[in-house]
Design a protein around this ligand. Structure first.
Ligand code: NAD
Length: 256
């Protein structure tokens, strides 16, 4: 389905980004990975699927490094056809205690990076009259949770950017949509499970149940594979006229 397409997935050395990169690779896309995790392992997982793969280590909080990554992808594979804005970080604290530098970092990585990649990817997508921009927002782009001010603000902002990008490309073959997962058991969430286990003096398994019970009626984590399948739908012909959606895959979290 995606032969001769190039997909750039930010923050794809682990978790959801790697899951989406693998789903796209299975459909024949060339993959540009990015992120700070185990690069060799991530590259090997993609190569094992028979896909061409390369990596750029840009820090998504740095606009100049983002520009270098976009230029690298264009030189390496021609152009970016599918852009998945996935890199994200979390910090948990009350507003009055929230470290200013953490606020700036969460906004830079979770929101501003998507502005920079999108503005740099759009000209070639418009010229080809085909493109897919998929923004990994969160259920926290739709509803709030205490102690996550920067994350919730960034994810609401990312859904706003998704809508405006979709409107500006509405008459073209370029679409832009957001995915809004609930809990997905990746390193980002495992940190929160560990914190909960330590604070409550309970086991890891019990802490997972506490986390799910608070927010997610299905009592199930969404998986990176499921999110990969949703990304494939946005890339398919059936997704041609899906524009500006914020699609939750959250076990009923936002339905409450
Ligand atoms: P993760 O921690 O497993 O992966 C995050 C990736 O981003 C890693 O590859 C990491 O190296 C990379 N990264 C972090 N800072 C970076 C930077 N400055 N520059 C470049 N790369 C950077 O996290 P995840 O859970 O897979 O999260 C992926 C996305 O999904 C994030 O945007 C997150 O907010 C969102 N999300 C996650 C969940 C969840 O439950 N895990 C739920 C909703 C939304």
């Amino acid at each position: 389905m995606l032969a001769n397409k190039t997909a750039l997935v930010t923050g794809s050395t682990s978790g959801i980004g790697l899951g989406i990169a693998k789903a796209l690779a299975r459909q024949g896309a060339r993959i540009v990975l990015n992120g700070f995790g185990d690069v060799q392992a991530a590259q090997a997982e993609i190569a094992a699927l028979g896909a061409e793969v390369d990596y750029h280590g840009a820090d998504m909080s740095q606009p100049k490094e983002i520009a270098a990554m976009m230029a690298f992808a264009a030189v390496r594979f021609g152009q970016v056809d599918i852009l998945v804005n996935n890199a994200g970080i979390q910090h948990v604290a009350r507003v009055e205690d929230f470290p200013v530098e953490k606020w700036d970092a969460v906004l830079a990585v979770n929101l501003s990076s998507a502005f920079h990649t999108t503005r740099l990817a759009l000209p070639a997508m418009r010229a080809a009259n085909w493109g897919r921009i998929i923004n990994l927002a969160s259920v926290h782009g739709l509803v709030g949770s205490a102690e996550k001010s920067a994350y919730v603000a960034a994810k609401h902002g990312l859904i706003g950017l998704t809508k405006v990008t979709a409107l500006e490309t509405a008459t073209t073959g370029v679409t832009c949509n957001a995915i809004c997962p609930g809990w997905v058991l990746t390193p980002l969430v495992q940190q929160q499970v560990d914190a909960r286990a330590a604070a409550l003096g309970i086991s890891n398994e019990e802490a997972k149940k506490v986390l799910l019970r608070e927010k997610e009626p299905s009592m199930q984590f969404t998986t990176a594979q499921e999110l990969g399948e949703l990304a494939l739908f946005f890339c398919s012909a059936a997704g041609n006229n899906v524009r500006g959606a914020a699609w939750n895959m959250d076990g009923g979290w936002a339905a409450q």
